[in-house]
Design a protein around this ligand. Structure first.
Ligand SMILES: [Zn+2]
Length: 382
């Protein structure tokens, strides 16, 4: 299992020009035959359209692209044909023979069903989950038992060049359960100290591995919850969401369902705070509101947290010589170096640049707060 950050960085670095990358996304949450049939038709049409478009490429490029499309179609159809549940809600695959790219990403996050052919992989549907809430540690405390889970909101698994079967060890819903129960029939305080040590070790392990501390959710009833908290170091508490509402007697799936709700709420609150923060920061030059300022920040490599409305669709241009991004989609040449330009989706390019500088990406559904900044805002580095 690779962290989502790593997968995205690898994809964001791919520029296949003059070749192209085939990006395939599949929403595999079908409940009935009709939904499966709809997915099949959507993809069949998309592949046919892409094949029609091949004539605009030089012959050699078109030929390798055709093989990439065939590979994408074959994978999608094999997944769709599976009668049984595929075990993952979202599937992404990226193919580019010319660049040696052949990657399948299995995920518990929701993906659209779509096919994209372009010089770079389309990473937005995956990047939406590359933020502060991607991984959380959960501890649910009781008198003599503390359950500790590691939870991935997107539950991403990537396998390169492998058509992997669904591994059994990943549970439905994206929860990876590292420890289920730790029984210590000992003094309560001693037990909580043990649990705290376990939690800290996990916390530091994830921090070191990802270069970013995980979120922490602490649940259970009082006074046990407070007792656990007293034994936790500041660095863990600072990342913790406290939730006495989690029923420590609940089953694993009940607890995880509650945790999922808590995290979803925390993501929404964070997005809302981020937008306010960006608005305040913009006044002192550390925030960007709207298309032009966000592009400018992206060009300077200053993105820190990028918030984009799901419906943001604007087009722009990118210089193929100096990589400058700008908002006019009809530009003939680069305003900075006069190099040749290509039309791009601004959402994809901003996302790619955010990923490359390690910025968090948030997708906002309800654009009320983003409405007066054209659907895009960011907080900035330095
Ligand atoms: Zn240029």
């Amino acid at each position: 299992m690779q962290p989502l950050d790593t997968i995205l960085k690898r994809l964001a670095q791919v520029d296949a020009r003059p070749n192209a990358v085939v990006s395939l996304y599949l929403d595999a949450r079908w409940n009935d035959e009709q939904q499966r049939e709809r997915a099949r038709l959507t993809l069949k049409r998309a592949v046919a359209d892409a094949i029609q478009g091949l004539h605009s490429f030089p012959r050699e490029v078109a030929e390798s692209l055709e093989r990439d499309l065939a590979r994408a179609e074959e994978h999608a159809m094999s997944v769709i044909k599976q009668r049984r549940d595929v075990g993952f809600e979202g599937i992404a695959a990226f193919y580019c023979e010319a660049k040696g790219l052949d990657m399948i990403v299995l995920s518990h996050a929701t993906m659209p069903t779509k096919l994209h052919v372009g010089p770079r992989p389309e990473i937005w549907p995956l990047a939406r989950f590359a933020n502060d809430f991607e991984i959380a540690l959960v501890a649910v405390v009781e008198t003599d038992e503390t359950r500790i889970f590691e939870v991935a909101l997107s539950g991403v698994l990537a396998e390169e060049s492998v058509e992997a079967d669904v591994p059994d060890r990943v549970q439905r819903g994206g929860w990876r359960q590292l420890r289920i129960q730790k029984h210590i029939a000992d003094h309560i305080l001693h037990h909580h100290q043990q649990a705290a040590r376990e939690l800290c070790a996990r916390f530091d392990g994830i921090s070191a591995g990802r270069g970013r501390a995980p979120r922490v959710v602490l649940g259970g009833r009082e006074p046990m919850l407070a007792s656990l908290e007293r034994t936790l170091p500041e660095r863990v508490l600072m990342r913790a969401i406290r939730s006495p509402k989690i029923d420590p007697k609940g089953s694993t799936s009940e607890v995880l369902e509650q945790v999922r709700e808590i995290l979803a709420l925390a993501v929404r609150r964070t997005q809302s705070e981020l937008i306010h923060l960006a608005k305040e920061a913009a006044a002192v030059g550390r925030g960007a509101l709207g298309v032009a300022p966000v592009i400018q920040a992206a060009n300077a490599g200053r993105l820190w947290q990028l918030v984009v409305d799901e419906r943001f669709q604007k087009e722009g241009s990118r210089c193929t010589r100096c990589d400058l991004l700008f908002s006019q989609s009809f530009a003939e040449s680069c305003p900075a170096c006069a190099g040749s330009v290509e039309a791009v989706s601004l959402r994809d390019e901003l996302t790619r640049r955010a990923v490359l500088v390690g910025a968090d990406v948030y997708a906002v559904d309800d654009s009320g707060e983003l409405a007066n900044c054209e659907g895009v805002a960011a907080t900035l580095k330095y």
